[in-house]
Design a protein around this ligand. Structure first.
Ligand code: CTP
Length: 420
């Protein structure tokens, strides 16, 4: 089969066919990969319009990008051959999605601060389209506290990150910072368009983080949950059109924009917050690591060493999910199961005992699934026993896999869910 034949065939069937993609290229050696990315997107039938920064143009020529995209390359904020009207607004509104690949540490800092000193940064401020960012830089620059803080803030504003890979970098060092491969970026975009809006009209309650059970005014019993999994779930569900309520225990994470966030501290407060909202939602995803025990007596004043070593008396907390299972009518219930031994077996038991529709099992002792990590390794099990082993994936990608299952489990409008 001819190359042209292949191109036509994939373009017709691809979810990217006819999508308008604004591709921002900034100044990094990975800019050469943006040429192939443009080829891949064009092969799928997308309309790609390239915006090149001055630094980007030092790594790849406008002529290369113009030839591949079959469009004028956007470079100047104030070009000599001016378009009539407000060019940056017209172009920003044209885009179905905005992809920055490669994204340097500099562009991330500018995006975080809202600086608009060239065409690309101005377009980024003016666009309402979803923004995807594929960072590419030296490991130390990527891991620098400033860059990591910028990423965290941008993420909380809904910017989607396509994680860089680990390997040998252009600077001859080995580490994290290599831009994701063009095929991987295209796959993320395909997934995005395939899922866009599939949770519109749904109300989803997500819980996240640990709970803290106080001993006295300064001490508590807690656990090492970072809350990242629940926050990524809230972001993913909101991006797909759901109205999301996030009930979060104490975490260091920023509130995701566009999500109603309720902060609580104890298991009892989480139980109450979830219980009050349960009747109005279509699904609950319990990603929180709820404490199973709490100190029965909470001292009003700090417990002093001089009073001797205290003996703690603990009582059980309410099992929130089991309580919801008793009350549920149409709601889909999703649980998590954190176990250090035999996660699959224990998860199946919890799925049955707590009458869940879906459970996600993971083991924090496995490398890649540790507390606080951006990645996870999970087993997703549904009530029919269907099981998916995810392998090591980002928590955001896992969140989308869970939302895929959830979207399929939610009864369609007017359809009654059969009780189990
Ligand atoms: N969960 C809950 N209320 C609790 C404890 C847990 O709703 N008091 C939820 C968690 O959010 C999770 C699921 O139940 O979605 C399973 O939690 P996990 O801690 O793995 O299991 P437990 O029910 O605590 O059981 P075990 O102690 O046997 O591990």
């Amino acid at each position: 089969m001819s190359v042209a034949g292949n191109q036509e065939q994939s373009a017709e069937t691809s979810v990217l066919n006819g999508r308008k993609i604004l591709l921002g290229i900034t100044g990094g050696i990975a800019a050469y990969k943006a040429a192939y990315l443009t080829r891949v997107l064009k092969r799928d039938g997308a309309d790609v319009w390239v915006c090149l920064t001055n630094s980007g143009a030092k790594f790849i020529t406008p002529l290369t990008m113009e030839t591949l995209s079959q469009r004028e390359v956007l470079q100047e904020l104030f070009p000599e051959n001016r378009m009539v009207g407000t060019r940056h607004i017209t172009i920003a509104e044209w885009a179905d999605t905005f992809v920055i690949a490669p994204a340097t540490a500099n562009i991330l800092a500018k995006m975080r601060s809202g600086i608009a000193d060239d065409l690309l940064t101005t377009l980024l401020l003016a666009t309402a389209a979803p923004v995807f960012v594929a960072p590419a830089m030296n490991t130390r620059m990527y891991e620098h506290a400033a860059t990591q803080e910028n990423i965290a803030v941008l993420r909380s504003r809904g910017v989607r990150f396509i994680e860089p890979g680990t390997g040998k970098l252009a600077c001859e060092t080995v580490g994290k910072g290599r831009m994701a491969e063009p095929e991987e970026i295209a796959a993320v975009l395909r997934g995005f368009f395939a899922r866009a809006g599939d949770l519109r009209g749904r109300k989803i309650l997500v819980t996240a983080g640990p709970t803290h059970e106080p001993l006295d005014p300064v001490r508590y019993l807690g656990n090492r949950s970072s809350g990242k999994m629940g926050y990524r779930l809230a972001e993913a569900a909101a991006a797909r059109g759901a109205a999301v309520i996030l009930i979060s225990g104490p975490t260091a994470l920023l509130d995701p924009v566009g999500v109603e966030v309720i902060r609580i501290e104890t298991a009892a407060q989480m139980d109450q917050a979830v219980g009050e909202r349960f009747a109005g939602v279509d699904a609950v995803i319990m990603a929180a690591a709820v404490a199973d025990f709490h100190p029965i007596k909470v001292a009003g004043q700090k417990i002093k060493k001089s009073s001797g070593v205290p003996i703690l008396k603990l009582g059980p907390t309410a099992d929130i999910l089991s309580g919801l299972a008793q009350r549920k009518n149409r709601q889909v219930l999703v649980g998590f199961s954190l176990e250090t031994t035999d996660p699959g077996k224990e998860a199946r038991r919890k799925l049955k005992d707590k009458k869940l529709d879906l459970i996600i099992a993971n083991n924090p002792l496995v490398s890649g699934a540790e507390f606080g990590s951006e990645t996870n390794i999970a087993t997703i099990i549904n009530a029919d026993g269907e099981t998916i082993e995810t392998g090591k994936i980002t928590k955001r990608a896992l969140a989308d896999m869970i939302c895929d299952r959830l979207a399929a489990l939610l009864p369609r409008a007017g359809q009654k869910k059969t009780g189990r």
